[in-house]
Design a binder for this molecule. Structure first.
Ligand code: 13P
Ligand code: ZN
Length: 269
């Protein structure tokens, strides 16, 4: 069977990056079993031949109407598929979908009928919003980092901006690489439209969204960029955790040190 990636180096490069990040998620211990999902807006790599490809499936409802996705194509991790398998075989553990003209459903067009992630409503709602903002962000990543998820089991860290300030203060570059911080979505049923809507609302104000007792949702220019944001936050959480394990509450950077960083890097307050 011929893959859609054959003869399309730019598209293949994009999908290979997804595979690389899927490997990192597994190595980090963030991707037990089928945990986590990645979607990429690949519309810019779609040529006339791809546009003519027949649908491999009947249209399936997204659960939301997303007008900015008209004519868009996405690579989606398959539901139930493992990141560690996707790392080696991205087109056997994910597929490319076309958004139907009603902007409320999609069909799979390549390579195989791998059903997209159960979190497709959250991912596509966020892509719809990203396009509406006119930015360059094409990637969305959801994963289950042990340290960050553990923190969401404590009410203290769920208070507005508590986690953001704690993580920023653990190591200087955290604020530079995640300048708008972490939004919190109170626990919601995985894969629900409620979870998708709550995630969207937080992205107005924050770079990365924590799903209470579940995981992290990040957006990025590309999949590496989205991964980096989560990695930086997880590093800060690790420093906090290590200090606590050594038996003390870490001091954290002082307000003066945070202010100095904020000015030097031209970051938002
Ligand atoms: P999928 O296997 O459907 O992508 O689900 C994994 C997950 O993490 C759900 O939140
Ligand atoms: Zn999940």
């Amino acid at each position: 069977m011929k893959s859609i990636l054959e003869g399309r180096p730019a598209l293949a490069h994009e999908i290979n990056q997804v595979a690389e990040v899927a490997g990192y998620l597994w190595q980090k211990g963030w991707a037990e079993r089928n945990g986590g999902n990645i979607t990429i807006n690949v519309t810019e790599f779609v040529d006339d031949e791809i546009r003519q490809l027949p649908a491999l499936t009947e249209p399936k409802s997204i659960g939301a109407t997303l007008p900015h996705l008209k004519g868009c194509y996405f690579y989606c991790k398959g539901t139930g598929k493992r990141m560690r398998d996707l790392a080696r075989w991205p087109m056997a553990n994910g597929s490319i979908i076309r958004i139907c003209d009603d902007c409320a459903s999609y069909v799979i067009i390549a390579d195989q009928t791998v059903v997209p992630t159960s979190e497709v409503a959250a991912h596509l709602s966020v892509h719809n919003w990203l396009i509406s903002q006119g930015g360059a962000k094409k990637a969305t990543v959801h994963t289950h980092p042990i340290d960050l998820v553990a923190m969401t089991h404590n009410k203290r860290f769920l208070e507005k901006d508590a986690m953001t300030h704690l993580l920023w203060s653990m190591i200087p570059e955290t604020k530079a690489f995640c300048p708008r911080g972490v939004g919190i979505v109170p626990y919601k049923m995985p894969s629900s439209v409620d979870l998708a809507e709550a995630t969207l609302a937080e992205l107005d104000d924050y770079d990365v969204v924590m799903w209470e007792k579940h995981g992290v949702f990040a957006v990025g220019d590309d999949v590496m960029d989205a991964f980096d944001q989560i990695d930086v936050l997880s590093k800060a959480a690790q420093i906090y955790l290590n200090a606590r394990t050594m038996g003390f509450e870490p001091e954290g950077m002082t307000d003066e040190q945070m202010h100095e960083m904020t000015v030097a890097f031209g970051l938002p307050k």
